[in-house]
Design a protein around this ligand. Sequence first.
Ligand code: N01
Length: 537
Amino acid sequence: MSTSSTPVNLDAVIIGAGFSGMYQLLSLRDKLGLSARVLEAAGGVGGTWYWNRYPGARCDSESHSYSYYFSKELLQEWNWTERYPQQPEIMRYLNHVADRFDLRRDIQLDTRVKSAHYEAQHNRWHVTTEAGEVFHCTYLITAVGCLSSANVPKIDGLNDYAGDWYHTGQWPHEGVDFSGKRVGVVGTGSTGIQAIPVIAAQSKHLTVFQRTANYSIPARNAPLTDEFKQYAKSHTDDIRHIMNSNTNAHPFYITDRSVFDVSNEERKQIMETAWKKGGLEFRAAFRDTLIDEKANKIVADFIREKISEIVKNPATAKLLGDIDHPFAAKRPPVDSQYFETYNLDHVDLVNIRETPIEKITATGIKTKNHDYPLDIIVFATGFDAMTGSLLKIDIQGRNGLALKEAWYAGPRNYLGLQVPGFPNMFTVTGPGSPSVLCNMPPAIEHHVDWITHCIKDMREKGIQRIEAQEKAADDWVLEVNHAANSTLLPSATHSWYLGANVPGKPRVFMPYAGGFAKYQKIVSDATSNGYVGFTLS
Ligand code: N01
């Protein structure tokens, strides 16, 4: 450990030891031979999976695609056990990666980065940690994750609550014992929908506080068969090709078929088959689900019908099916027995859209009409997504320009990779890139490979600085808006894609919705034409 008077000099500092940070370290250290260190606030590697250990936490991407593809050996060695990996299995995988590639010696845990300031006279970043350590580096790479900054709602009275409360994204490592407890869950996004069935199975009584009803598709999780494992291992090149050549980086293509290309019966059959298969692939049954309102309504109505078939109490079914946005305009959850859980006698659903939470009392949650006594409250209320974790760090670029200032009206960058005024700083899967609209590992590998290639190019050509140009960033923001506006995504006006879930956050559609394949081509064209839109000096 250094002190503030003895800075550690490195080629690169990487912030975060999740999927991105670990691969970035390996790439800079082992492929380019640079000195690099990962600074990580948590007590272990894993990034979002280190924190999100709530009951039922599982990935919605299929395990054979939720993997690094940079190492053929790793792909052959590692054996996933289920269609969708659970959080502990993902943690075992990421810890295996850390050991297998000898990454730990350059990962500094329990180290929260406080500030990162660019010093133009030395062309370096001056990075400090909360413990007072100082690092000087040429390249600063933020690998802080898109969904890492927990959003705990500011509800009156939380401090007076005598029971225990938790946010799903900051779950205690020792777990939570729900047995014999009256539990309240606030939030019915992907997280709440995963957690609710598991908490229901463990608790005496569960009350779900729903503000916005949500679609959900059955995951149909199951142990992987030997045949599938064999297929995945013997087709790694094909699977990688599919992921890299489609819209969402999942291991399947969206069909070319419109909802209106087929008869009613055929359409119903297609949706039934997709529902039976389950998972995010349900979205891929038609090409126009997310671009045509009428097409979307047909698919959405099919899901509503399923909800009313599953949920026995008609009033509950109505409330669960009363969804105010197009299907998949918010990230569609994938569940195991979510709607079925409401058939249990000890599970209640409360409509807090109609009767909002007024406050939290010493004994539970109070709405306008009712007091709900609770021993435990679980906030499955999401994240200050995409920008939250970056803006918590005091990042200053050229001439003391604060990132907070540069982004006061929302994130503004070029290709989601660099911000004007912040030379040699790179953001892995930041806003302005497809990131959260994708299966994350391929999106991460693409960014890390690009950053690595760029730094290699710079060093070979004696270039000391790369910086996004102002005009390129302005044009890219327009392109990001245009891509979003060509879909139904912005019509879910309260989604976290828009920053609308965090009071006061600028409403800007943050991820790039033009598709992963198209995005890669844009980035590749700009690069091969001499880093168009970047200034190299
Ligand atoms: O968060 P969310 P999440 N009072 O923001 C409600 C990824 N993920 O953690 O819609 C009452 O989607 C809010 O209501 P409303 C995935 O990308 C991945 O569930 O704002 N309620 C909503 O119901 C996902 O999209 C996996 O009206 C409040 C819920 O809380 C992303 O993480 C698994 C409230 C928040 O939903 C975020 O999902 C899980 C308040 N003050 C998640 N504030 C994988 O499989 C918020 N809500 C990898």
